[in-house]
Design a protein around this ligand. Structure first.
Ligand code: BG6
Length: 477
């Protein structure tokens, strides 16, 4: 039926993650996680190192001090009118090593207090169980998700969180951007998604598919478990999403676009239907890539299908079959070619608001599930704090105007069931890839790439604009 307005309970909010916001990396019994051993890299993606080096700076050790300042930050989120806050639990606050029998009470208490503080303001916590991190010990001792044992460790961790927060949290996501590891030739993504440190000569694509399988089984297992613990839980599969276009109408480009979509989003197929797409199943068999898959695994996948699809959307992707072997493909992230129809550059990508509407329709048709946009925002912006404490971020406002408008068309004109919108880094946080300070937010944090600064928060112009958007339920853009 044609609706003129977004639903009344539409979840307007913002998103951050534990390791990029909290800091306090070693307090109250927290164990080290992979990101705590990844120093800042000013020129590229961070790498996991064996030892801490006192000469280097580790962004997750400081975050933006959300661990100590969350009460003040929540006041600001409430002033903004946020209906929900997407954040994550640092696995190593709850299980410092990952394989213990009993959880760390101080870690559990921290999140209990945080979620209660959210509810004080009527803000619904939306929680990711692992956002680009895991206890370092699980990587060192077990090899991360290359090891089937991870399914049990993760299930135990999830069960402890579900039990403890069953009255405080309704919306859950097992693994942030579970599909980023399809960029397997970048060690960063295999490491943060799967805790995999490749050995000399290993086939990275094979490793990625095996680890992904264990992660999907674990996600399905905890989805079933979560529903048993609280039937009201909504547990979603979280994908890094870009609409995928063929570079031309040539059948080869179109076939490649279709295959790339399957390779990049099969995680969603498995989570939403409990089955692998046949094209991928055939590829994996042909390559003998997923050697450990059991009949029991398939039953678990079927029994734990997700409630919604959560996506990040920053840009689209255009692929050309020129110089690509269609029967192999390889690392998908190396295939992107410039799209001449898109004119605005945004960091390394091209901005594509209409791609969001296209993508939401595509997701809707493929998965038939509600969709939660849990990340969106402008890449590569530099904000200037004026002497009177203001940030005039007109470009950010324009970006969101265009994207929210396309989202609304998808809902109101195309009938897509979008349940919420949480822009990434509503509060400026440290970057995942490089670790440098990122200026995605509506709230500026006075801190530089090396954690220096007053850490004071300042409202950007976009803060007042987004407040108006939320207050009008998206009518006043
Ligand atoms: C998403 C991640 O992929 O992109 C976030 O879920 C991340 O954690 C965001 O911060 C932006 O990427 P980056 O590397 O610029 O921080």
């Amino acid at each position: 039926m044609f609706a003129q307005k977004l639903p009344k309970d539409f979840l307007w909010g913002g998103a951050i993650s534990a390791n990029q916001a909290e800091g306090a990396w070693d307090v109250a019994g927290k164990g080290p996680s992979v990101c705590d051993y990844m120093p800042l890299n000013e020129t590229g993606l961070r790498k996991l190192e064996d030892k801490l080096d006192s000469e280097k700076f580790y962004p997750s050790h400081v975050g933006v001090n959300f661990y100590h300042q969350y009460q003040e930050d929540l006041k600001l989120f409430s002033e903004l009118g946020m209906k929900c806050l997407r954040t994550s639990i640092a696995w190593s606050r709850i299980f410092p090593q990952g394989d213990e029998d009993t959880p760390n009470e101080a870690g559990l208490k921290f999140y209990e207090d945080l979620f209660k503080e959210c509810h004080k303001y009527g803000i619904e916590p939306v929680v990711t169980l692992t956002h680009f991190e895991m206890p370092l010990h699980l990587v060192k001792k077990y090899g991360g998700w290359r090891n089937r044992k991870m399914i049990d460790f993760f299930t135990k961790y999830a069960e402890v969180c579900f039990m403890r927060y069953k009255k405080l949290v309704k919306y859950w996501m097992p693994i942030n951007e579970i599909n980023m590891q399809t960029a397997f030739s970048f060690p960063f993504f295999l490491c943060v998604d799967s805790g995999i440190i490749p050995k000399e000569g290993e086939n990275l694509e094979a490793l990625m598919y095996q680890a992904s399988h264990y992660e999907l089984v674990a996600s399905a297992k905890i989805t079933k478990l979560g529903h048993e613990i609280n039937p009201d839980f909504k547990i979603g599969c979280m994908l890094n999403f870009a609409s995928i276009y063929p570079a031309s109408s040539s059948p080869k480009d179109c076939l490649l676009a279709q295959k790339v979509a399957t390779r990049r989003y099969f995680f969603g197929d498995v989570a939403a239907s409990g089955e692998y797409p046949s094209e991928l199943e055939t590829y994996l068999d042909r390559k003998n890539y997923r050697t450990d898959i059991t009949e029991e695994d398939r039953k678990i996948l079927k029994a734990g299908v997700c409630d919604y699809l959560a996506v990040s959307y920053y840009h689209s992707m255009t692929v050309s079959a020129k110089n690509v072997d269609l029967e192999e493909i390889g690392d998908l992230f190396k295939l992107n070619v410039p799209n001449k129809h898109l004119t605005e550059k945004m960091g390394p990508w091209q901005m594509d608001p209409e791609g969001l509407r296209y993508g939401l329709n595509w997701l809707n048709e493929r998965y038939h599930k509600p969709i939660f946009i849990v990340e969106n925002g402008r890449w590569g912006d530099v904000d200037h704090l004026t002497s009177d404490g203001k940030i005039h971020d007109l470009k950010r406002i324009e970006y969101f105007q265009k994207h929210i408008s396309e989202m609304e068309k998808a809902v109101l004109l195309d009938g897509v069931d979008v349940i919420g919108f949480t822009p990434w880094g509503c509060l400026d946080v440290t970057g995942a890839g490089s670790g440098k300070m990122e200026r995605f937010g509506f709230i500026y944090v006075d801190q530089d790439d090396y954690g220096q600064g007053s850490q004071k928060r300042f409202k950007k112009d976009s803060f007042y604009w987004y407040k108006k958007v939320i207050a009008s339920n998206g009518a006043d853009l």
